[in-house]
Ligand binder design. Sequence first.
Ligand SMILES: *Cc1c(COP(=O)(O)O)cnc(C)c1O
Length: 427
Amino acid sequence: MNEMSTQLFEQAKKIIPGGVNSPVRAFKAVGGLPVFMREAHGARITDVDGREYVDYVMSWGPLILGHAHPAVVEAIKDQAGKGTSYGAPTPLEVGLAELIIEAFPAMEMVRMMSSGTEAVMTAIRLARAFTGREKIVKFEGCYHGHADSLLVKAGSGVATLGIPGSPGVPKHLAELTLTVPFNDQASIANVFEVHGQEIAGVIVEPVAGNMGVVTPNPGFLKKLRELTKAHDSLLVFDEVITGFRLTWGGYQGIAGIDPDLTCLGKIIGGGLPVGAVGGKRIIMEQLAPLGPVYQAGTLSGNPLAMTAGLTTLALLQHSTDCYEAMDRLAFSLCEEMKPLFSRKGIPVTINRMGSMFTVFFTSEPVSDFASASRADKEMFARFFRGMLKNGISLPPSQFEAWFLSLAHNHEDMDETLAACASTLKNL
Ligand SMILES: *Cc1c(COP(=O)(O)O)cnc(C)c1O
């Protein structure tokens, strides 16, 4: 039944480490073989064996308009015919930068790059250069890409595979990264009391998405703003997932917090490789060629990603209720899933913010990485495999967010609920 996928995986494993180009795709945490995909439209994705799924991975967040949105496809086609990269500035970069700055009042300048990892790496370098300090604070279970300084107690694939950090990260570099439990105001205050004068910056996913969805407790982000301000450290919001996912702009707008730097990625590239770091002028002016902090990229701001991003953002900006619509759909899906689990006596905690959510197989609230880790990962794995068999593609890990897009509709929800009921019957 999965002949093509099985064969491709065998072929891939011989020449690509683990057969995949990003670890979580290998299905190690859920068992079974990864499904190779052929094409996707809207909320549906089709594998190489011709089986169709309702997709909740959505390329891990970028595809807020759904797969192959006609306007995005048209924009990419049109631009491709005019050249895919010039290694010179283009009007598209200026257009996207203007749109982003308009949506993020805390940003006065922004620099484009090709991945979220690069954006975060640059934000850390800027924070260190600007403050003349070396220590960085991050939160357990938050993932900020795979740059050396941030692969410490990182969520996402690192958590999925149960790796505490990563070999190859120099010890002396890892020692400069201090980690604190998410939502733990006492711990972060304590870290500042001890190390305050050495801390260049605090980086946080304002709504965590990489240990599964974990929302900030009231006052948590405000506390970070107060502490960083009081100690002349920078506050860096990693909004690579949350940027344009929950509202026009970032979660910082909803929380009413002005971070010094913001990292973006995913949605702003409309499904093409992208990253961006933006923030206060005085900090951003440290970047070369204005300042001494070096950062560059052959394909940075390339016209294909810029036009896909511009098209995506323009559609979001001009829609009157796209975020409310996704919120309503996600709300009803989550509410209707709950009784299916409870009827089977399977405790779950569903964490949700707008169109991103995670079903944790645990009865307790999930507010940090420790509580997320206590979820029943074996139960999740069985649920995942059942759902896949029933035509629903979920992220293959307990520690990931499920994403809705504007292309998901009530029919997709009904199919998902039916698949859920049928999966639970055989769990
Ligand atoms: C995906 C992600 C990154 C890394 O972005 P890439 O484009 O995969 O390098 C960084 N931070 C967060 C919060 C992310 O979800």
